[in-house]
Write a protein that binds this ligand. Structure first.
Ligand code: SP5
Ligand code: ZN
Length: 341
């Protein structure tokens, strides 16, 4: 399988994450992608190619134009306000308040942030743009007939909604790729999200649509980030009713249980008979992940890849989360090898 990779991800190197009331070094850091790339290389998975550059058009097909304009200038506006730290939200349009976009940067940040752990830093926007190029280059390769492609995206994307960033995500790479496939001839595209966290952004973008099926396996929002979306009774709206499927699972969930949810999601993908499958590939369901609570082992990721491959649908794997930097490479490559087996 071919891997698409850009060194530009290194531009996303924030100093701070708000965690347990402290500012800590972010879990989502450059060494994650470096480790995955190293293991891709060592394992002889396949060729590693740079992305081609795409315009903002495929981004604006899933994200709000005002939100994109905000991301472009947020760091500069924060600098202009004279702040010493990185961009962190501190106020929100909470219940019964206005949903207008204020003029001053603090207000704008609160409007567009869905969580405060994610700091916007210098270089974040450039890295996010390169990350979407990595995803789109992978999508284009599927259109050209490749059976499986790995887009080693960083920063990740699945928490980014129509007009919100957070959960370490700015542009929804998987959603951008899925929409690109739709706009280039595919009638139906399925997105399977196996990151430990609910893909709230992807769900948001496709919730009212019947042409993109979204299935997500994740920590129960009662207990896990993003807490305010991802319940099993969220099944889609309007035309999209029945085309959104959530599999929330409790703390301590072992592979035996997780794989039943996976089998059910894969059966639904099969019934949908999409021309393409996009997998939001996070490996934070791993037992040693520092911020998650499932119990998957490294061999379980190989089985996961085999189960996905058995569907025999051209598939784009888009890198999402996974924070045990020692094992993140092995776990990702296990999924990809299982798919190819
Ligand atoms: C792409 C992705 O995986 N984003 C995840 C963002 C999660 N950020 C908030 C993490 C809060 C974790 N709190 C867990 C406490 C465990 N001791
Ligand atoms: Zn995650």
């Amino acid at each position: 399988m071919r891997t698409i990779y850009s060194e530009q991800h290194r531009l996303r190197d924030a100093r701070t994450e708000l965690y347990g009331g402290e500012l800590v070094q972010p879990f989502e850091k450059p060494s994650r992608a470096e480790t995955v790339l190293r293991v891709v290389r060592e394992s002889g998975l396949g060729e590693i190619s740079p992305p081609e550059a795409f315009s903002l058009e495929p981004v604006l097909a899933v994200h709000d134009a005002d939100y994109i304009a905000f991301l472009e200038t947020a760091w500069q506006e924060w600098q202009d306000a004279g702040y010493a730290g990185e961009v962190i939200a501190s106020v929100w349009p909470a219940r019964r308040m206005q949903s207008r976009v204020p003029r001053f940067i603090d207000g704008k940040v609160g409007y567009y942030a869905m969580a405060a752990e994610t700091s916007i830093s210098e270089g974040t926007w450039a890295a996010a743009l390169a990350s979407k190029d990595v995803a789109l280059t992978g999508a284009k390769a599927l259109l050209d007939g490749e059976r499986g492609v790995f887009s080693l995206c960083r920063p990740p994307g699945h928490h980014a909604a129509l007009d919100m960033y957070g959960g370490y995500c700015f542009l929804n790479n998987a959603a951008i790729a899925a929409q690109y496939l739709r706009d280039h001839g595919a009638e139906r595209v399925a997105i399977l999200d196996i990151d430990f966290h609910h893909g709230n952004g992807t769900q948001d973008i496709f919730y009212a649509r019947d042409d993109v099926l979204f299935c997500s396996l994740h920590g129960d929002p009662e207990d896990a980030f993003p807490h305010f979306l991802g319940y099993a009774d969220e099944t889609g709206s309007g035309l999209g009713t029945g085309y959104n499927r959530n599999y929330p699972m409790p703390p301590g969930t072992p592979f035996a249980q997780w794989r039943e949810a996976l089998a059910d999601a894969l059966a639904r993908v099969g019934e949908f008979s999409p021309q393409y499958l996009v997998v939001s590939l996070g490996v934070d369901a791993f037992e040693n992940d520092p911020i998650s609570f499932f119990k998957l082992t490294s061999p379980d990721f190989l089985t996961t890849g085999q189960m996905i491959g058995a569907l025999d649908i051209p598939t784009l794997f888009v890198m999402e989360g996974g924070y045990d930097v020692d094992e993140v490479g092995v776990n990702v490559v296990n999924v990809l090898k299982g798919f190819d087996a």
